[in-house]
Design a protein around this ligand. Structure first.
Ligand SMILES: [Fe+2]
Length: 217
């Protein structure tokens, strides 16, 4: 894929895209892509570790996920087509060689248990994504855990919150059962935090990764 974005008419013809905020694109994964990801085997333990508090993160070998790799680049094409002319993308384009292509740089799986959280962070790369594989709670379950809060909308348990440092806009993504199979793609400079959920036996499983300029050659 070229960063200048090629128009993919097939993608525009389906309705599996939704801008949930000006900088976050939601895409319902095709069944075969989701199935491939769900079957991928866990590799080495990845990045920071604080047992019981930070997510367990395992690398996924992209060789096991060719359908996903192709699909993710198509979605990033769609994203670039819509956002590629905004000032920040224009500035980035001016600082990379003309026609630079991008690739799926990495992919990992996150397993979070009751009480664990993912601290405020950002990824490296150009675009990043989160995919929900298994979410073992509903927002209603979590509201019941916080009975001293009068407004259910204020309950952050299990949610992911995003902050765009350029527009200063915040977006709270309500993560609950039923969100599985959706990918959320956003610029890599978007900060995000995952709040803990409570009192659930099973892990919450998601995948994440980055799409970066290809400087390997
Ligand atoms: Fe992240």
């Amino acid at each position: 894929m070229k960063f200048e974005a090629t128009f993919n008419s097939l993608l525009y013809q389906n309705n599996n895209f939704e801008w949930v905020s000006p900088f976050i694109l939601k895409n319902k994964l095709p069944f075969d892509v989701f199935d491939e990801l769900s079957r991928a085997s866990k590799g080495d333990l990845y990045v920071d570790k604080l047992v019981g508090l930070f997510p367990d993160q395992y690398q996924i070998d992209l060789k096991e996920c060719p359908l996903f790799e192709k699909h993710a680049l198509s979605v990033s094409d769609f994203f670039a087509e819509k956002c590629g002319k905004t000032p920040i993308f224009t500035e980035i384009r001016q600082n990379v060689p003309y026609g630079s292509s991008v690739y799926v740089k990495d992919l990992w799986v996150n397993e979070m248990y009751s009480g664990s959280y993912n601290k405020l962070h950002r990824h490296d790369g150009l675009m990043s994504f989160i995919i929900f594989i298994d979410v073992p709670y509903t927002h209603e379950d979590q509201v019941k855990e916080e009975q001293y809060i009068d407004d259910p909308q204020k309950v952050m348990n299990g949610c992911t919150e995003f902050l765009d440092p350029y527009t200063q806009s915040l977006y709270k993504l309500k993560v609950e059962r039923g969100i599985e199979g959706n990918m959320f793609l956003f610029p890599s400079w978007i900060y995000h935090v995952v709040y803990p959920f409570k009192n659930v036996d099973n892990p919450r499983v998601s995948m994440a990764g980055n799409i970066s300029f290809d400087y390997r050659k």
